[in-house]
Design a protein around this ligand. Structure first.
Ligand code: OAD
Length: 259
């Protein structure tokens, strides 16, 4: 696939270089070249599965085994994937300059893995880790008490009895992701929107911009005067407000843009 015109890439680079503070906002498209399915469009998860059966508190209450089976499958899928050139270019760029906040809607761990690869130690890697507005596929929390578990692996979804249970109270654990109808984690929303309100540039990668409140990050940036650069091979809700639209694949364009 041929990339965006050189003049558009140059305009995007200028917008990013002139900005003291930048917010990078990513969606499923940044992980597409790693083999992680997106949600909408051809091959998207919501083409095959119904969110109301799998990604709501009501669905979990009705059939926790089915919901866990789906998340176990997604965990296994992502665990087999590797960060791609887009995650890597972003991690290197963020570590190499000050003032960038990475905000992601993704529940995969590919930004974090790229950050750990690019940084000399775990402490510095944290600088390039995303504010995860929709939670994490690899973390669980208890449905009954405040217990949270990190970095979990495979789940046996044969029956409700084999599902993960809380070591503190015995309650059923659930994936630590935001489901439809649920609030986003308040502190992460505050961090994301506070950084956004101060940014002079907003780089948007691989998201249709259809799911609120997360999608509001870009509108907030625009309203605060940021230059908005949108990188996506398809149409997005942000195309009308983009100062620069780069039509292309993240893994091809970002290494060039952020070099
Ligand atoms: P979508 O599936 O809505 O959008 C993915 C975007 O990535 C589309 O605009 C594609 O054109 C673009 N894309 C595909 N391949 C790409 C590539 N190689 N490089 C760059 N872009 C590419 O995913 P999101 O916008 O992330 O929410 O979806 C938002 C939320 O909807 C998700 O976080 C999830 C879902 O329901 C929750 O689970 C709460």
């Amino acid at each position: 696939m041929s990339g965006p015109p050189a003049a558009a890439v140059a305009a995007a680079r200028t917008a990013l270089e002139r900005a003291v503070r930048v917010v990078v906002f990513t969606g499923a498209g940044v992980s597409a070249e790693s083999g992680v399915p997106t949600f909408r469009g051809a091959g998207g998860l919501w083409r095959t599965f119904k969110p109301e059966d799998l990604a709501t508190p009501v669905a979990f209450g009705r059939d926790p085994r089915l919901v866990w089976e789906w998340y176990a499958w997604r965990r296994e899928t992502v665990a087999r994937c590797e960060p791609n050139a887009a995650h890597r270019a972003l991690a290197r760029w963020i570590l190499g300059r000050a003032g960038v906040t990475l905000v992601s809607q993704n529940v995969d761990d590919l930004h974090e893995r790229a950050a750990r690869e690019a940084a000399p130690d775990a402490e510095r890697a944290r600088r390039a880790e995303p504010v995860k507005l929709h939670g994490s596929l690899f973390h669980d929390h208890c449905t009954r008490c405040p217990y949270r578990a990190g970095a979990r692996g495979a789940v046996d979804a044969t029956s409700v009895a084999t599902l993960p249970h809380c070591p503190e109270c015995g309650g059923l654990m659930r994936p630590d992701v935001v489901w439809f109808g649920e609030m986003l984690p308040a502190r992460r929303v505050e961090a994301a929107f506070a950084a956004t309100a101060e940014a002079e540039a907003c780089l948007v990668i691989g998201t249709t911009g259809a799911v609120y409140p997360a999608a509001g990050v870009v509108h907030t940036a625009k309203a605060a005067g940021a230059r908005v650069v949108v990188l996506d091979p398809g149409a997005t809700e942000y195309d009308g407000l983009a100062d620069v639209k780069l039509v292309g694949q993240a893994g091809e364009v970002l290494p060039q843009l952020l070099a």
